[in-house]
Design a protein around this ligand. Structure first.
Ligand SMILES: [Zn+2]
Length: 168
């Protein structure tokens, strides 16, 4: 397994945890008495839960909105279970836009969770642009490590390729 696929494996595992609502979010830790407060580490004043992190929180919602824009998807952000269903309905097959959506979704979940951990455990903060840049870099690296689908994609996907920095 090369570096890129192991990196994407981590994304897929993190996505699976999120779909199963299995992340150790602060609402659960509060119930267990492990933390004193369930407050969201993105300072929005709400309590942290899976639903909140993905993507009811204003901080994470602006990241997901921007990533969807980069996928040329224009729509409102829905509750978490609806976001999962939307992705199931709109990422079937191996065509370029669908592949991109899947990679972008998993990478966004992963990097939001990493930033959440950075804030909880390291007291270290990245801004949304920096997080979006990390997501873009990982998705572009994965696409380049495949057989450069842009070569066959034709000009229909030019704007997607530009959005994700696939043309160098
Ligand atoms: Zn929040």
């Amino acid at each position: 397994m090369d570096w890129h696929s192991s990196c994407i494996y981590k994304h897929a595992f993190c996505l699976w945890l999120a779909i199963m609502v299995a992340h150790r979010t602060r609402d659960k830790l509060l119930l267990l008495g492990i933390v004193d407060s369930a407050l969201c580490p993105f300072n929005c004043g709400e309590n942290e839960s899976t639903e909140h992190l993905f993507f009811a929180c204003p901080f994470t919602q602006q990241i997901w909105m921007q990533i969807l824009n980069m996928c040329n998807v224009k729509r409102q952000i829905a509750p978490w279970s609806d976001e999962i269903q939307w992705m199931i309905d709109h990422s079937r097959g191996n065509k370029f836009p669908q592949t991109l959506r899947k990679l972008a979704f998993a990478a966004t979940i992963y990097h939001v969770w990493m930033e959440r951990n950075r804030r909880c455990f390291k007291n270290n903060f990245l801004n949304p642009d920096h997080i979006i840049h990390k997501i873009q870099g990982h998705v572009a690296a994965k696409l380049w490590s495949q057989k450069n689908p842009m070569v066959q994609a034709g000009e229909h996907y030019l704007s997607l390729g530009c959005n994700w920095g696939l043309f160098g």
